[in-house]
Design a protein around this ligand. Structure first.
Ligand code: NAD
Length: 543
């Protein structure tokens, strides 16, 4: 058996070898893909990022990354080896005391630079998102922008991290400061390759923590560019590290005692597992899970505004947004407006994310397409009706014949007990429920297990107020279909859509990533009362 020292030197030798195989990214700020890779092109090998270096993994296990519009393999991502995971966590642990000692002004300056670099590299990041994830280029720019806004808000850390001070007795004051936790592990989903890593990373950095991030193994490209920009902004080596893979990587992040907190965004199964295991090991965990978001339309709503909003929110990003509207609740006569919704949904262009005419792209993989088909088929057997059928859609260009396309689909006659209502489909499928009153709509939504987002369309302030007070969902929109607040607030999904106590970003995000410390100091003035020079063995009795 290797001794600890021997093991360490074996590791260092392995690391030295790997550092020789440093890689570069496949794009630069001025040169990045603007169309789909030709089939048969050599797949790009996604590097890991440790100590500010892009490193080629020694892994023997590599996963293919497919372009969802063509299903050609565009790149490969490794299952990081146990040694590489160890190296990344050790780098983050070693960098923590150094980074923590950077003054807040210095960390803020780096954050400003990072924001500028993100802005300059927005199109480059959007391009890799289109290739790996499939969404349209303009929507991919939005993916970067929403993350960039978190980074902008993080620049306010000099205000957000201000402590509290109070003179609690004569010549005695208590101050409360918040200190970083240490190494933070982040596990990300496929649907927002830039935004979700950026939901936590900027705050992790400005609060003085260090990070080990695992992007989704389906879309690692955006996170790699972000890592390069973090280093360029001036963050010292080891502060941000990126590892790859599936369960083995996640398990290491959960189990390693050097990781103090976990941020997770993804589906219910992984989220519950990570939350339960992480908290049982004493870690802080914030976990955003699945969703089923309802849009309620009242008869006094502006019809045109509603029709545009529901189509954009249900079918944009091919429905692969955690805040996509997946259920429309028509109240009373607004069920007649469904024909208008279907008419406009049919006009949406489905195709390549690089085609500026496309309104939505493909689903992430054939499995997601098959799942959507299964749910639709079974819901029909359960009594649902398909009003608009997007199944079997193929873009005109034969280059995309093998893509995972599903055109906008509307399914009616659904409700609790029907799969299309009960399950998150994560596809451009809108399930429609008709009710007669606002109270019925509220009851339906409050009984749903999820609580990520909800929206009401109405021209009545009092109806809106009645609804917002009674609805039990974390993010509520009034005439706003996707009510995600800007990052000076937090992402406040609730009930089955969130596990933890402190949400991502905003004040809650800063609290999650820091721990309080109080320091009580006594500096006596020169006129010292003789009495207090005697030792006191009892608790003070006078205030
Ligand atoms: P996913 O749960 O399959 O994967 C998320 C991450 O967890 C990935 O990095 C993956 O490698 C890892 N993972 C997956 N299964 C695991 C397991 N059994 N054990 C350990 N790790 C595991 O999610 P996804 O398909 O990438 O993303 C889509 C889901 O994310 C949807 O359910 C969507 O609603 C949800 N999502 C939620 C929010 C939110 O804010 N509530 C935001 C974005 C996405």
């Amino acid at each position: 058996m290797l001794t600890r020292a021997l093991r360490r030197s074996a590791l260092t030798a392995a690391a030295a070898k790997r550092f020789k195989s440093v890689l570069t990214l496949s794009s630069t700020v001025s040169s990045y893909p603007k169309s789909h890779t030709e089939a048969g092109a050599e797949p790009y090998l996604t590097p890991s990022f440790v100590n500010n270096k892009l490193i080629k993994s020694d892994s023997t296990e590599w996963f293919d990354i497919h372009d969802p519009a063509t299903n050609s393999v565009v790149s490969k991502v490794p299952q990081s080896t146990p040694e590489e995971l160890e190296e990344a966590i050790a780098a983050a642990e070693a960098a923590f005391p150094i980074w923590k000692e950077y003054s807040i002004i210095k960390r803020q300056g780096i954050a400003f630079k990072f924001v500028q670099l993100l802005r300059e590299n927005m199109d480059r990041i959007a391009s890799v998102i289109v290739l790996e994830q499939g969404k349209t280029f303009v929507d991919a720019q939005g993916d970067v922008l929403r993350g960039l806004q978190v980074a902008e808000a993080a620049c306010n850390i000099t205000n957000d991290l201000k402590g509290e001070t109070l003179e609690v007795a004569t010549d005695m004051e208590t101050k409360m400061i918040r200190e970083p936790l240490g190494v933070i592990g982040s596990i990300c989903p496929f649907n927002f390759p830039a935004m979700v890593p950026l939901w936590s990373l900027p705050l992790v950095l400005v609060t003085g923590n260090t990070a080990v991030v695992k992007p989704s193994e389906r879309v690692p490209g955006a996170a790699m560019i972000i890592a390069e920009l973090v280093a360029e902004a001036g963050v010292p080596p080891g502060v941000l590290n990126i590892v790859h893979g599936k369960h083995a990587t996640v398990n290491k992040l959960i189990e390693d005692p050097r990781i103090k907190a976990l941020t997770f965004v993804g589906g219910d199964k992984a989220g519950k597992y990570i939350y339960e295991k992480g908290t049982s090991l004493g870690k802080r965990v914030q976990a955003n899970l699945g969703a089923k978001n309802h849009l309620v339309v009242l008869p006094d709503a502006n019809k045109e505004q509603f029709v545009n909003a529901v189509n954009g929110a249900a079918f944009g990003a091919a429905g692969q947004r955690c805040m996509a509207i997946s259920v429309l609740v028509t109240v009373g006569k607004t069920k007649e407006w469904l024909a208008d919704v279907a008419r406009d949904a049919k006009l949406l262009n489905v195709g390549s994310g690089f085609d500026p005419k496309s309104d939505l792209g493909p689903l992430i993989n054939p499995g997601s397409l098959e799942k959507a088909h299964d749910i639709l088929d079974e819901s029909v057997k359960q009594g649902a009706k398909i009003l608009l059928d997007g199944r079997g859609y193929k873009p005109a260009d034969p280059k995309f014949a093998k893509g995972n396309f599903l055109a906008p689909t509307i399914i009616t006659n659904v409700g609790p007990g029907i799969r299309a209502y009960d399950e998150e489909i994560f596809a451009p499928v809108l399930a429609v429920v008709n009710v007669e009153t606002i109270d019925e709509a509220i009851e339906l939504i409050n009984k749903n297990k999820y609580g990520n987002g909800v929206s009401i369309f109405t021209s009545s302030g009092s109806s809106a107020q009645y609804f917002t007070k009674r609805i039990d969902v974390g993010q509520v929109g009034v005439n706003v279909p996707i009510p995600v607040p800007l990052p000076m607030f937090s992402f406040t999904g609730s009930r089955g859509s969130f596990l933890g106590d402190l949400n991502f970003y905003g004040k809650a995000g800063v609290t999650f990533l820091t721990k309080p410390k109080t320091i009580t100091s006594s500096w006596k003035s020169n006129t010292i009362d003789n009495q207090i020079l005697k030792p006191s063995t009892s608790m003070p009795v006078q205030q």
